[in-house]
Design a protein around this ligand. Structure first.
Ligand code: ADE
Length: 255
């Protein structure tokens, strides 16, 4: 078997000044399993290794004045160039995590899961030198409209969402079901016991009738999404039966 056959399906390199922040999350649970199965390779890279001088300074004061420190361009450019050089045949996609980026969502996670190699740059402090944005990165991604202290947790969020979609990680059926349900919220789940503190499991789930169960679940998804996230319904792929069910809910409301 050549080396190519042993290559992981996806390599993710996280460039950070806090590489140890990743030890816990990457060493546990699902991602750990994917790494053990050699499906993915995830590695935290210390940005300071690419900084010059005795102090290995990665940041500096902003030109023009103002508060806070800005990530210097040189360490980030050097880090990416170094990772690109050692990557051989893969063409890495370089992503900067920043609140100013395009909003991360399931569709983007699916797109990134098709790549072979991601380099995630975790910003810190007030920001990064603009030349990193214009001359180094392919994408800027935000995980939501709130500001965290740095890009490490966003990079982990992205890693988790992408790794579970790498072909071979989940069972094919789970992904098919997930894409069928895309843009809808989940239906309610129950497990044993059938009654707990007076709260009963809906009888349809105990009926053994798979057709009825599937219909009930789909209707629950539609109802929940309509109530909690009507914005999602506009983008969802709905069958004529789905649409009829939603119309029936609307007319109930109108009465
Ligand atoms: N860095 C700080 N806040 C962030 C956010 N919401 N998304 C991505 N990177 C960030």
């Amino acid at each position: 078997m050549g080396e190519y056959a042993l290559a992981p399906r996806l390599k993710i390199e996280l460039v950070t000044i806090f590489p140890r922040m990743f030890d816990g999350p990457l060493g546990e649970s699902m991602i750990k399993r994917a790494v053990e199965q050699k499906l993915v390779q995830v590695e935290a890279i210390d940005l300071r290794l690419f900084a010059e001088g005795r102090h290995r300074q990665v940041d500096d004061e902003p030109y023009g004045g103002g508060r806070g420190m800005i990530f210097k361009p040189e360490p980030l450019f050097k880090a990416v160039e170094n990772l690109r050089n050692r990557s051989g045949h893969t063409r890495p996609r370089v992503i900067l995590l920043t609140p100013q980026g395009r909003q991360f969502n399931q569709e983007l996670a699916r797109e990134l899961a098709q790549e072979n190699h991601l380099i995630l740059l975790c910003g810190r402090y007030e920001g990064v030198d603009e030349r990193v944005r214009t001359g180094l990165v392919d994408d800027e991604i935000s995980i939501g409209d709130y500001v965290l202290t740095g890009g490490e947790i966003p990079a982990l969020v992205l890693t988790d969402a992408v790794v579970r979609l790498v072909p071979g990680f989940l069972e094919e059926e789970t992904l098919v079901e997930e894409s069928y349900a895309a843009q809808l919220l989940e239906y309610p789940h129950y497990t044993r016991p059938p009654e707990y503190r007076g709260m009963r499991v809906p009888s349809v789930l105990l009926s053994g009738d798979h057709g009825r169960i599937a219909l009930w679940r789909r209707q629950q998804q539609l109802e929940r999404t309509r109530k909690r996230r009507p914005d999602l319904l506009k983008k969802a792929e709905l069958s004529p039966a789905d649409q009829r069910y939603l119309d029936s809910l609307d007319s109930l409301n109108d009465q």
